[in-house]
Design a protein around this ligand. Structure first.
Ligand SMILES: Nc1ncnc2c1ncn2[C@@H]1O[C@H](COP(=O)(O)OP(=O)(O)OP(=O)(O)O)[C@@H](O)[C@H]1O
Length: 739
């Protein structure tokens, strides 16, 4: 389990600048246990005192372990709080130091400093090179990267501004955030660094405000990475120090920002506000930390609640003018000091990794694929790449999955920082990693599986991979078998249904119940399907049920074409029926039905002919219902009632609404009557049920009268064939009389 490490806070009050009022509203109070002088306190017991803006007699006290007053020097801050962290970096840990405070509170002065008073950055670089020089038994290399976050976009400061695209912030497989394509330059000495840094600093976005002539308009993150190769153990430690100069929160009443500065200011304030939210969420132990709400917090994720060691330098500006901002800064600092990190050591074992079993090839990324950027960076550095060579590398990524985390107290030859058992808590992803993690023999640190030979390790990994692959294969086979059985079952059911239909078609009574379709079980299983989907499935099922060539053809035809095709079949059927070839006629009528499945009269016609075929009797078409005599003068509405819309042709033209009795149709010849009884054309779209109801409500007397009427030589009574539902359009048919 990695030891937790709280973010350390150092507060620094800058001296009063020319023109600023000298008042005591913000003070550093050193108590008796001061270590080494009046300007600093690092042993605790000292505090920052701020007068309550509402009641000046009341003082707010903010105790911190390191308090630096106006007289403190750059050297003091470095010696007390920064220098000890150099060893931490050389232990393979990531360290993040960030300067926080209101605009003009001295952040850039503290981090960068001046030529005469160099700040944290130049001092860190010098100390890193000094340390490197002392580690003669190791192959050590240092590299630098530098970026700024300007209006929530990341830019590379090591390339010229014109060539600096917005860089994406990404996350690697291990959940570590990094800036993709950020330039990293190997540095061989302080001078080289100074040249690079001085040039890069000019690229940084800086502007003048009322409060600061050279106010940083962006957050700048400088990273020095140390790669330490131990040739004996064949391991590489990678330590990093991120030096962050944040842009200051801005009170736009004081800055006098113009519109363009206001946009910058709002981006700065927003990102700082998210930083505050992140710290707050960490303190609350919230389940969701809003790192993603700004690039700044995403990039600093590892320093806040992550795996690096953190130092927050709180820069304070003196005087009543900044008092409220000072209080805000101190409140942020108080919350930040409770943030716990779990630092880990980033160590890479350079010994060749046992070749995985062939089956693992698909699981582990192929060698030709670019390894995670962090690995590339380490490999290059480990190989002693020459100074000045640029390469893309991630920034602020403490480790990759190719790294192994371990306790640094384990006799690695570096000065101990006392972080134990850091391996725990790392997120492991990917099958291969899991296997390596579970198979402790892979850990060559000696803690587990010690004494195993390379061959044994190989075998164990192969076995684990084989087992995993075998399980996967079994699972897939079982799945395939299940799908095959399901398909077979469906086929069987469909065949049974088809058989059922064939036998039904030979029976005079129709099975009106819906066949249980292939999709019906599906619908039952998924009761929550929405109606549209259900109706589509039903439609599919119907198509499947019909399954004939005609059905398929009918499905692709437009409604008009379907009707025409239906008519054509009916015409043919009629011709055959007239010739007495009833079986052929029946088949043709059935085909016609496929195209006009909803036509009730056609269905009745089919029943009639079926009956005739089965009983081997002649088919006598139903008599045509009488047509109403044309009156000379018809009202418009009567005309409308008489001439139904074309769409209704199928439903309206047949007079065959009778009952079959002794092979003859004993019908009430109602042709035309339905229309004239219809109030409006729209009402003429009656359902079959309606029609039957009407039939059923007729008294026998009425039926007799109607039959008698049909029998009158009016000349309007058709044979039934003439009023075929699929006959030519009504206008012509309306005047067709019995043949
Ligand atoms: N400790 C200090 N001693 C002397 N001068 C200082 C000190 N701290 C800051 N200053 C001066 O105060 C001014 C503002 O400082 P600086 O630019 O570092 O502020 P900042 O917090 O970085 O502001 P911004 O957020 O606007 O960039 C500068 O002129 C700087 O030289």
């Amino acid at each position: 389990m990695a030891t937790s490490h709280k973010v350390k806070i150092a507060a620094r009050l800058r001296p009063r600048l020319d023109g600023e009022l000298d008042d005591d509203s913000v003070k550093i109070v050193h108590q008796s246990n001061n270590s080494g002088g009046s300007s600093i306190s690092t042993g605790g017991g000292s505090f920052i005192s701020v007068a309550n803006p509402r009641d000046p007699t009341q003082l707010f006290k903010f105790p911190f372990t390191s308090c630096y007053d106006q007289d403190s020097t750059q050297e003091e801050i470095f010696k007390n709080d920064v220098e000890p962290l150099i060893d931490v970096v050389y232990s393979g840990v990531t360290v993040t130091i960030f300067a926080y405070g209101v605009t003009s509170s001295g952040k850039t002065h503290t981090m960068q400093g001046t030529r005469s008073e160099p700040g944290v950055i130049p001092r860190v670089v010098r100390a890193m090179f000094e340390k490197k020089a002392s580690l003669l038994q190791y192959q050590t290399s240092l590299s630098v990267s530098y970026m700024e976050i300007y209006k929530d976009e990341v830019y590379d400061l090591l390339v010229t501004r014109e060539n600096a695209p917005k860089l994406p912030v990404r996350e690697n497989d291990s959940g570590m955030v990094f800036v993709a394509n950020l330039t990293s330059i190997d540095i061989s000495g302080v001078e080289e660094f100074d040249n690079i840094y001085n040039t890069a600093t000019k690229h940084r976005s800086v502007g003048a405000t009322n409060l600061n002539r050279a106010s940083s308009r962006s957050h700048a993150v400088l990273t020095i990475e140390a790669s330490i190769l131990d040739p004996v153990a064949n391991t590489t430690l990678t330590g990093k120090i991120n030096l962050v100069d944040l842009a200051g929160s801005e009170n736009n009443k004081l800055t006098g920002n113009d519109p363009s500065r206001m946009a910058e200011s709002s981006a700065i304030n927003k990102s700082l506000s998210v930083l505050g939210q992140v710290v707050h969420a960490l303190n609350q132990g919230a389940s969701r930390i809003p790192y993603r709400n700004s690039k700044l917090t995403r990039i600093l994720q590892d320093a806040l609640g992550g795996s690096s060691v953190g130092l927050l330098i709180c820069n304070l500006a003196p005087g009543i003018k900044f008092r409220q901002d000072t209080l805000n800064t101190l409140n942020f600092a108080v919350r930040t000091k409770n943030v716990e990190n779990r630092p880990v050591v980033n160590e890479r074992d350079n010994r060749p990794v046992p070749k995985p079993h062939f089956a693992a090839v698909s699981i582990q990324p192929p060698a030709s694929k670019p390894a995670p950027a962090i690995v590339q960076a380490i490999s290059t550095a480990g190989a002693g790449s020459s100074a000045g060579t640029k390469r893309a590398r991630p920034s602020l990524v403490p480790m990759s999955r190719s790294h192994r985390t371990s306790s640094i107290g384990g006799g690695n030859g570096y000065q101990s920082f006392g972080l134990a058992g850091a391996a725990a808590g790392r997120r492991q992803t990917g099958m291969f990693e899991k296997i390596r993690e579970e198979d402790h023999s892979y850990d060559r640190s000696g803690s587990v599986g010690i004494g195993m030979t390379e061959k044994e390790i190989d075998e164990r990994i192969s076995k684990a991979v084989e087992a995993a692959v075998e399980a996967e294969v079994t699972r897939r086979l079982a799945e395939r078998e299940r799908q095959r059985a399901e398909a077979e079952q469906n086929e069987k059911e469909a065949a049974q249904r088809m058989e059922g239909r064939v036998s039904r078609s030979g029976s005079p009574t129709r099975d009106t119940s819906l066949p249980s379709g292939v999709l019906t079980p599906l619908l039952k299983r998924h009761k929550d399907l929405d109606d549209e989907l259900k109706s589509r499935l039903h439609e599919l099922e119907k198509k499947y049920e019909r399954g004939t060539k005609e059905t398929q053809l009918a499905d692709v035809l437009s409604p008009v074409s379907k009707k025409k095709t239906g008519r054509a079949y009916v015409a043919l059927a009629r011709a055959h029926s007239e010739k007495g070839d009833l079986q052929v006629a029946l088949d043709l009528y059935r085909k016609a039905e496929t195209y006009v499945p909803d036509n009730i009269k056609l269905k009745e016609r089919i029943i009639e002919i079926e009956w005739a075929v089965r009983n081997n009797t002649a088919y006598v078409p139903s008599p045509k219902p009488p047509r109403k005599q044309k009156t000379k003068k018809r009202s418009k509405s009567a005309l409308a009632r008489e001439i139904p819309p074309m769409d209704n042709t199928m439903d309206e033209d047949d007079g065959g609404r009778g009952k079959v009795k002794d092979g003859r149709l004993e019908k009430a010849a109602e042709f035309g009557m339905d229309f004239t009884n219809t109030e409006s054309p729209s009402k003429s779209k009656r359902s079959f049920a309606d029609t039957n109801d009407r039939e059923n409500t007729q008294t026998p007397l009425k039926k007799q009268k109607r039959a008698a009427h049909m029998g009158t030589p009016s000349g309007n009574v058709g044979t039934g064939e003439d009023v075929d539902p699929l006959a030519p359009p009504r206008k012509e048919r309306r005047h067709v009389v019995s043949r």
